[in-house]
Design a protein around this ligand. Structure first.
Ligand SMILES: *[C@@H]1O[C@H](CO)[C@@H](O)[C@H](O)[C@H]1NC(C)=O
Ligand SMILES: *[C@@H]1O[C@H](CO)[C@@H](O)[C@H](O)[C@H]1NC(C)=O
Ligand SMILES: *[C@@H]1O[C@H](CO)[C@@H](O)[C@H](O)[C@H]1NC(C)=O
Length: 481
């Protein structure tokens, strides 16, 4: 009896302690505080025209939903697995695991984190895979994507598209809470998505993860599946919006707006148009908007200019900069500063000015300033003038950027070399190889792909490298055959 009472007492006390946990502790994100921030909704019929959209939403960083805006586009009507595979199957795309920052990068046909659309379509819905296409959209598909009239029927925003991305998974994909550098219009062509939105002004409560200094992205350390309110108490203070986006709808997500996305259902395909930040721009130019402008029908994206386009093979350009919002004005400011100091914009001067960029942010730098300057130097005199920069075309600015912009490793076929480190490979070699009398190519491929989750392709290349390298032969103390 005494023991029973003791147990009873213990249960009561234990329950009391538990009851004192803050509301929503260790529960999924959203259960800590009810959503209180409404988001304006439109249909294509009452959607604002570009000038008003800029003034009332883009400039003040106010999100907006456009219901059913893409229902009449070819993408919405045509994009089934079969259609996409048949028409675009050979195109390459970038892939990630379904749970952002917390799952393995999938192995594609040949490369890690890079797949053909055809292979993706055959595998993304299988229960034993975790594949999320997070990629630039191949340019051949632009003709089936719609541009929301509020954004691009006419006016300056339609001339400021930086990058076009596709987000596609077999349901269950979820992101961390993060922000993106650019403004974006995210339109869903298949499935439904739940978004949780947090205005940028609450960044101080987001529990931001450390990042290299001049990154404009950023993400929160909060575990969205089980929010630890002792570790991350401030997240519960943020007023937020809980919205659902269905196939055919678009969401305008302002630059730097924090968001967490969950993909519901069996499949989920969105296209996101990233456009300039328009920092400090009071009004946009809409001088080409006329009575003839069609504000009701989305025009095909193929008719719009896009700064960075993906041809479907080779080096991708995800995360690259904005020609009009960054490169051109930055170059002009630099020229003005140099001229003021009585100097010219020459290779020696920019290389020096760009020094100190060697921070450890995981990006690859080439920094070929000779080539970069030559691309813009119209008269070939070795100096860059204000007029040459003003006159530079997007092709020139793109070529310039490719020479001086740091490269995201995941844009390249060589991504695996930065994702799987030399130290990991060496550790495996040091620990595993001595267990084998001879290490055959087959055994090595097996070990490398199972333990480090790399590709057969790279396992092969590394093995070939090892066979040729005496140094590793000695370290491994085994015969390589
Ligand atoms: C958010 O919206 C979804 C979908 O409408 C709903 O299921 C969920 O309960 C909402 N969450 C909160 C905390 O209101
Ligand atoms: C998943 O299962 C299928 C058969 O159902 C198999 O062919 C495929 O290799 C498996 N994929 C992985 C990554 O294990
Ligand atoms: C820039 O463009 C203007 C007008 O098209 C042209 O007259 C001028 O020569 C160009 N300047 C340079 C440096 O290319």
């Amino acid at each position: 009896m005494f023991f029973l009472r003791l147990i009873f007492l213990f249960v009561v006390v234990f329950n009391c302690i538990k009851a004192q946990d803050p509301v929503g502790h260790l529960k999924p994100l959203g259960e800590q505080t009810p959503p209180t921030v409404p988001i304006d909704e439109f249909t294509i019929d009452n959607a604002p025209r570009p000038y008003d959209f800029y003034e009332n939403y883009v400039k003040p960083s106010k999100a907006a939903i456009f219901r059913g805006a893409m229902l009449d586009t070819s993408g919405f009507k045509l994009w089934t697995d079969e259609y996409i595979k048949e028409n675009y199957g050979t195109m390459e795309v970038r892939t990630e695991g379904k749970k952002e920052k917390n799952s393995k990068i999938p192995v594609g046909v040949k490369y890690l984190g890079r797949d053909t659309i055809s292979h993706f379509v055959d595998n993304y819905h299988l229960p034993n895979t975790s594949m999320y296409m997070v990629s630039e959209l191949p340019e051949v598909m632009f003709k089936e994507v719609g541009v929301l009239p509020s954004l691009g029927a006419c006016g300056e925003m339609g001339r400021r598209f930086v990058e076009i991305d596709i987000w596609w998974n077999g349901g269950g994909g979820r992101s961390v809470i993060h922000k993106d550098a650019f403004n974006q219009l995210n339109c869903l062509y298949r499935g439904t998505k739940s978004w949780k939105l947090y205005e940028y002004k609450y960044e101080k409560w987001i529990h931001k993860h450390w990042e290299p200094e001049n990154e404009v992205g950023g993400f929160s350390e909060v575990d969205v599946d089980a929010v630890d309110l002792y570790k991350h108490p401030n997240i519960a203070k943020i007023p937020w919006s809980n919205i659902t986006i269905n196939a055919g709808d678009c969401l305008f997500l302002p630059k730097s707006y924090y968001h967490q996305v969950h993909s519901n259902g069996e499949q989920n395909l969105a296209v996101s148009i990233l456009f300039s930040r328009f920092d400090g721009i009071e009004h946009i130019d809409v001088s080409d908007c006329t009575d003839q402008t069609d504000y009701k029908i989305p025009r095909p994206l193929s008719e719009a200019g896009v700064m960075w386009k993906w041809c479907g093979t080779g080096m991708m350009s995800m995360g690259n900069g904005d020609f009009e919002g960054e490169y051109r004005p930055m170059l002009m400011r630099t020229i003005a500063d140099l001229n003021e100091a009585g100097m010219d914009f020459t290779v020696d001067n920019i290389a020096e000015l760009s020094g100190g960029q060697d921070e450890d942010d995981g990006k690859l730098r080439i920094g070929n300033y000779d080539k970069a300057l030559a691309v813009l130097d119209a008269n070939g005199d070795g100096k860059l003038t204000m007029e040459e920069v003003q006159n530079a075309t997007w092709d020139q600015l793109r070529a310039y950027a490719l020479e001086v912009e740091p490269h995201e490793p995941s844009n390249s076929y060589k991504f695996e070399y930065s994702y799987i480190s030399y130290d990991e490979v060496k550790m495996i070699l040091d620990n595993i190889i001595p267990q084998y009398e001879t290490l055959t190519r087959e055994k090595w491929i097996n070990v490398y792909t199972k333990m480090l989750h790399g590709t057969t392709n790279f396992a092969n290349q590394i093995f070939t490298g090892l066979v040729d390298s005496e140094e590793i032969n000695e370290v491994s103390t085994s015969n390589l055959t």
